[in-house]
Design a protein around this ligand. Sequence first.
Ligand SMILES: NC(=O)c1ccc[n+]([C@@H]2O[C@H](COP(=O)([O-])OP(=O)(O)OC[C@H]3O[C@@H](n4cnc5c(N)ncnc54)[C@H](OP(=O)(O)O)[C@@H]3O)[C@@H](O)[C@H]2O)c1
Length: 391
Amino acid sequence: MTEPRSTTRGDAAAARPWVILSCTTSLDGCLDDTTSRRLLLSNDADFDRVDALRASVDAILVGAGTVRADNPRLLVRSPERRAARIARGEPASPLRVVVSGSGKLDRDAAVFTAEGAETVVYGAAGRHGSGGGSRSGDSGSGRTVDFGELLDNLARRGVRRLMVEGGASVLTRFLAEDLADEIQLSIAPFLLGDRDAPHAFGPGGYPQSPSRRMILGESRTLGDVQFSRYLVNRAAPDATSDAHMLRLAVELSRSCPPVMGAFSVGAIVTDANGAVISTGYSREPRSGLGDPDKNHAEEVALAKLDPADPRLKAATLFTSLEPCSPRSSRPLSCTDHILAAGIPRIVLALREPALLAVCDGADRLRAAGVDVVELPELGEHVRAINAHLLG
Ligand SMILES: NC(=O)c1ccc[n+]([C@@H]2O[C@H](COP(=O)([O-])OP(=O)(O)OC[C@H]3O[C@@H](n4cnc5c(N)ncnc54)[C@H](OP(=O)(O)O)[C@@H]3O)[C@@H](O)[C@H]2O)c1
């Protein structure tokens, strides 16, 4: 790995893949029990959610312990999702990445033999299998893998979204080293009560402390399983924090139920110190606003705050798409809501393409004295998330 590493947080956010930690646990945080039997934590709806997430990423990473314990195939199951990936010019399933210091991996493990995706192994001494169209032995010598270098290396392979599917030690390490951007956590409605069972997030010096709370981006029930998305706020109060917070707003928009007649948008409101005070996404269920299908990200985020909240007068609203104006679905546009709230600054990624309406929200806000910052370099992510409309 001789190419220059990204060193600043801003560079890393641009160069490294977006890292999503994904797991399902018992109510007391266990990923598994200590028996050799397979423990069923997810239900069908949750398995389907995991499959959709797999279909949305470029690579899936697991530790060797998970390969040895679960023998996962790490493939996209749904034929429709595989077909959609192929139509986008992607392989049917994402690249499979295994991390192993010892190289003690069964050459017949499904991650190597199940056809449908390539596999690379990082850190192993070369005793792993490589059948079934897989590729392996990337790092050569048995050793501890530097996860930051691993991310840089995956970025150079073209990986832009990485899903980390476990297990305990890998999840813990990504968080403790502040390398995760998002956690997708499902909780099954039972307890295991076994301190020897693998816990999703073991003891560690986590930067995601009470003084650096994560953003609860989404929470919903899937049958008897509770699913939540947490966005990790790694922003520092420096020149790069606008881009970081806007990227979080863009990623938040992935929680929007996609519909053909509307954009998927994410919005985050921060106070004068850069602390997140509210979030919203398109069609987010929010009582008091009426039909949730008509909810816009910015109006949801503002509806969660008291209109008299003094923090609004020094707030910044980050939105993945230009605030709407005009609007046909409700009397007040998001531009109207922002002006009424007295927010002095907004940061946006993409001007609204003239598809559903001709929007002049950014110009109206500027004309009213609002500082409008545009970071079009993040627009490609917004376009990708809105591919259902924009192609
Ligand atoms: N419920 C869920 O969603 C879920 C998901 C995944 C896994 N799980 C469960 O999690 C358990 C496995 O967790 P685990 O902590 O034992 O295993 P793990 O995190 O999957 O893998 C740990 C192994 O990964 C390798 N590794 C980790 N960091 C490394 C580094 N920096 N450099 C080189 N190698 C590194 C090492 O392999 P070597 O030993 O080869 O050196 C290490 O022993 C299983 O019980 C599984 O069922 C549950």
